[in-house]
Design a protein around this ligand. Sequence first.
Ligand SMILES: [Zn+2]
Ligand SMILES: [Zn+2]
Length: 372
Amino acid sequence: MTDVRPLKQEQEPASSEVTEVAPGVLRLQLPIQMPGLGHVNTYALIDRSGAALVDPGMPGPANWKALQQQLQQAGLRVADVHTVIITHSHPDHFGGAARLAKDSGAQVVTHEAFKTVWDDHDHVDSSDADAGGEEVDFEALNAKGAMPPRRKPWDSTAWGGNEYQPPGVKGLMFRYARPLMRRQFRTPEANRKLRNGDVIKLANREWIAVHTPGHTLDHLCLWDPEEGTFLSGDHVLPTITPHIAGLGEGADTLALFISSLDRVTEIDGVKYVLPAHGHPFVDLAGRANEIRGHHDARMQRLREVSVELGPATVQEFTQRIFRPDRWGFMAESEIFAHMRHLELTGQADRLDGEATPRFVITADHPQNVPST
Ligand SMILES: [Zn+2]
Ligand SMILES: [Zn+2]
């Protein structure tokens, strides 16, 4: 049986064409093979002294070769790159940064919470967590001890059960790929760490850092009020809903994500939204509200499933919500984020005392769910 579903924008293979998508901003595309994604957009922000590159793709030689070709296509050399900006700690965004920074001598810019699961040391010094600034979400998370767990996502899951292994051949590849991944996915060291509201000069104008935790806790968007350009990373994507991290105990990542959506709907004068996957678009607030509606609908669906199943594990909920080809760690972590949100807002109970906790949704109407 052939799959007749049309490709979503985010699944399209990388085009070799370089286009100017906002004043002084070029869109370069790099190939990636991840579930539901065919390319990552690497934006080049051009100024008098060269270029800043946002999200330079995956680690490894194939990406490096593609990046060099795309730079050439854009009329740039590796040595022209003076700044590498990483929107968040996923490998298709930070993976190519260490090599690029080393070969170009560029500074690396991230949000101050930037931290990857491949990281063996803290990038955030807990002593400066209360040093002021506007990082309300991040500091609150620190206070609750809810920073991302140190374990690797495949070592264990926060929703119980044993070590996650994809079945069959995929599982074998997964096990053998681990040592290679550990070597390749070296975390780049940031020279400059931005907080919400910080200003950075790129493409000859000032951009404001917008911290948007939810997809990851360290997600960074950049807003240029002069030309109306918004770099949305994976926070707001044109046709798919960004994955919500189910990071662990304590963090209500769904609530964080919803308030980060609200944060960007308040921005006035947006003319160009530049996402990390898919095509540039215009209506930032409209798309953010659509994504929010998707999560309201998902919560409603979980309520219905809870009535059918009674107390059930995250895996059981996941297998009722997602198609079988989507089952696994990513889907479960997303469902866990929703169950944690329902639990923390008093709408679900967790039945502990078993190796794998079961959840039951107790509220039959969304009185506490952020909506509208
Ligand atoms: Zn991501
Ligand atoms: Zn991504």
